[in-house]
Every structure is written in C-alpha cells, then in structure tokens.
Design a protein around this ligand. Sequence first.
Ligand SMILES: [Zn+2]
Ligand SMILES: [Zn+2]
Length: 248
Amino acid sequence: MKLTVIGCGDAFGSGGRLQTCLHLETKSVGAFLIDCGATALIGHQRAGLDPGAIRTILISHLHGDHFSGLVWWLLHAVHVAKRKAPLEIAGPAGIEQRFRQAAEVLFPGALNKPLPFAMRFIELGAGRQREVGGLTVTPFEVSHPSGSPSHALRIEADGRTVAFSGDTEWHESLVPCAQGADLFVCECYSYDGKTRYHMSWEKLSAELPRIGARRVMITHMSAAMLVRQDMARRAGVIVAEDGMVLEV
Ligand SMILES: [Zn+2]
Ligand SMILES: [Zn+2]
C-alpha cells in the first residue's frame, strides 16, 4: 500500500496544514481514503491525485474536519469529474443523514436531483469487522464526542495492516486496534495530558511499547505540539506532513 498524506492538520489550521485526509493506493482494490476533511479536494489537487479514482471513503467520526469534505467531493464528482463509478462511504451510524444535512446547508439543493453515480453509505459499528470495497475494516470505540460513535479503524489490504486512531484521548481499544500493524497513524493533538478527548504525546509515547505497531506516524497536531515535533522524531516516530508519501 502507498500512503499519501493529503492533510494532517487539526480543526484549527495549526501550522497551515490541511484537514485530515489519508490517501491509500492498494494493488488489490485500488485507491481509498481515510477521512475527508473540508480541504480534501485541495490536497488532492496539490498532490496530483485524481479524486475520480477513489472507490471507497472510510470516515472515523462525524466532525467537520474529518467528514465535511464529502460535500465538495460530491460537487466535484457531479460537475467536474462527471463520475459514473459507484462510491462507497463507510462511517459511524447516521453518516448519511449528517452528510445530507451538511450538503443542504452548504449547497442548498445539491442533492435534489438523482445523482449520476451510485453513492452508497455503510454504517460501521465498533467491534464489527466487515468488508468495505474489498478492504477488511474493523472499527473500535474511542473517546471523542461527535454526535455519533467515534471510531478508530483497523484496515487490512494487500496483506498489510494500517490502523488509524481517529480523534481520541487515550483509550484501551487503541491497543487491539493497532497491535502489530504495519503502520499506526495516531492523532497527537497536544504535548501533555491536559486536553480532553485528544491524545497527548506524553501519553502516547508511554503506551507505544504496548501497541507494538511496526511504524507509528503522528498527525492532527496543535501549534503547541508542532513546536515539539522533533521530540517525537527522536523517539523514532514519523511526524506527518501534508504531501508526505510512504510505502506501507
Ligand atoms: Zn479532528
Ligand atoms: Zn474530532
């Protein structure tokens, strides 16, 4: 699998980074996304990646910096790409309704006409492994209120495993989620342990030995964490950058 970091910022634009979106290219089932923040299309254009080639989009949780890019994705698919290929979107319970509400607020009437392609929503439930677009996806419960259950995701394809924390403070479910993964992408919003519902470097670095992922990448960093990113590098962790490409 080839990972391109489309966006690795927090919800506040810290460090001038785009919002969360990870692009993964597999040999077996083509390209898919993990999360689709509002800036996902901008990041695809910068990286020279074709949004029309995406078959599946996995959403960790229903916060705007992780799912609202679906609205612009829809407009691009209809008006620019003239998409015909089906698109599968998998995320927490209520994802289709939240998407429709967001689309109606931002571009009234955008969903009034039948779409020229099949847009299928799949609801994921914590602990229920399932196939989505040829990927094996296991969602895990995490601690991050978003109006619907928030998930960490374990994804298998091409005989490789990628785990993604979504947004969360430390939660024991991250251990089975990322255990032995080829790559664990973990949010690391803060440096110390004071931010509720978000991870700190202090906590994550203490727990990484228990997780035993082969490689770890931190993302979703606040300004306070970004100025300390060298600390994570010295600990052997990859610090995400927009546009970074990594073979998993
Ligand atoms: Zn976020
Ligand atoms: Zn969030």
